[in-house]
Design a protein around this ligand. Structure first.
Ligand code: 5GP
Ligand code: ZN
Length: 118
């Protein structure tokens, strides 16, 4: 079982923010911003590339509720999902990162010239 499925089952503890029958939001163990929340579907879906439009539609609404609950609506936030190895996805269970609580830097390329990395 993957680590996020273990978090859903309660086998691994987590600091929960919001939960319903289909989704769970909890604090990232290694925060990269003042607010760093992970949102996952309870069904094991590997990545955004595999998710159905039905789950994604409901998940979008759930993410908006989490952002609202965390007080991020006024100043904004960043929503990220990493996909596969090039995307830097470490946990192979779909998750969205909600990052906020301060002005965020924008720096996604490992190498300075993205054209040379291809
Ligand atoms: P990825 O790199 O796959 O997009 O993001 C995985 C995220 O999961 C990382 O930000 C990492 O800190 C977080 N993470 C990994 N293991 C755990 C855990 O056991 N508990 C929590 N709360 N977060 C975790
Ligand atoms: Zn899983």
């Amino acid at each position: 079982m993957c680590i996020f499925c273990k978090i859903i089952d309660g086998e691994i503890p987590s600091n929960k923010i919001l939960e319903d029958d289909n989704f769970l939001a909890f604090h990232d163990i290694n925060p990269a911003a003042p607010v760093h929340v992970l949102v996952i579907p309870k069904e094991h879906v590997v990545s955004f590339n595999d998710v159905s439009s039905e789950i994604m539609g409901n998940m979008s609404k759930f993410i908006q509720e989490v952002a609202n609950k965390m007080g991020l609506n006024e100043n904004g936030y960043r929503l990220i999902t990493n996909i596969g190895d090039d995307g830097g996805q470490e946990v192979k269970h779909l998750h969205f990162h909600i990052l906020g609580g301060g002005k965020l830097i924008w720096n996604h390329y490992e190498q300075n010239d993205p054209h040379k990395s291809i």
